[in-house]
Design a protein. Structure first.
Length: 248
């Protein structure tokens, strides 16, 4: 499993769809609302909104929910005023944790997030303490077994579409893009009939920390509880945990 997308894959494995769907739709709606408020309601002119809407569609969010969220963002419908924040801290074994947050009460959210860090063996840090370890990038992964590609042709196609880097190994094909080029690259791959196992604008760590044993379990518990918080949109971390521990 590619290290960059390890936590994303864990989330997908552990998700209980029926329980999580309502919470997921709420988070997707927040992202659409903020994107529409920031850059307008036309996805053709607002790249962030276009990505948010596509992510919502990928997760089977109903079109009426998407349209309602856009209208709340543009002010056509009344909605909650969300503030966009980032939180940073450290988890067990010294891993770096970076959070995207959207909240209507930052004091409440800060207190609750700090509590989650503390009770799970980590600590909430100051802004900038770990941000330098991450870069916002588009990430697309494909299962090599399910997608037989000619490496040279594949790399040429993706680079022409705007990819910054392509890594191919026996198990995984990993494509990294600038966030602005993410949708173009994604579309180019899907137009070839390829099956994309992961496709998101995310935060990629420059280095990773190997975590084993009890620390690995503590890390996963912290990240799961942060992910489950209503105001936390995205959780990023720079851990490297063996797949056998994740699956156990």
């Amino acid at each position: 499993m590619a290290g960059h997308s390890k936590w994303a894959n864990i989330k997908h494995k552990k998700a209980k769809e029926d329980e999580k769907r309502g919470k997921l739709f709420s988070k997707l709606s927040k992202e659409i609302i903020v994107a529409a408020k920031e850059g307008g309601g036309d996805p053709d002119k607002n790249n962030r909104l276009r990505i948010a809407i596509q992510k919502a569609k990928d997760n089977n969010m109903p079109n009426e929910n998407i349209e309602r969220a856009v209208k709340k963002g543009t002010g056509e419908l009344e909605g909650v005023n969300y503030e966009e924040l980032t939180y940073e801290g450290y988890g067990p074994a010294g891993i770096a944790v970076f959070l995207d947050v959207m909240t209507d009460n930052k004091n409440r959210t800060a207190s609750e997030v700090r509590h989650l860090f503390t009770k799970n063996g980590g600590n909430l840090g100051e802004n900038g303490c770990v941000a330098w370890m991450f870069s916002r990038k588009g990430l697309i992964t494909l299962d090599s077994d399910q997608n037989q590609v000619d490496e040279e042709e594949f790399m040429l196609t993706t680079v022409e579409a705007g990819a910054e880097d392509v890594k191919i190994d026996e198990a995984t094909i990993e494509v990294i893009t600038d966030p602005q080029d993410f949708e173009n690259v994604r579309q180019a791959l899907e137009d070839q009939g390829l099956e994309l196992s992961f496709k998101e604008v995310t935060m990629l760590p420059s280095t990773t920390v190997k975590v084993e044993g009890d620390d690995a379990k503590k890390v996963l518990k912290l990240l799961e509880e942060l992910e489950d918080h209503d105001d936390v949109q995205n959780v990023y971390a720079n851990f490297d945990i063996d797949d056998s521990l994740i699956d156990s």
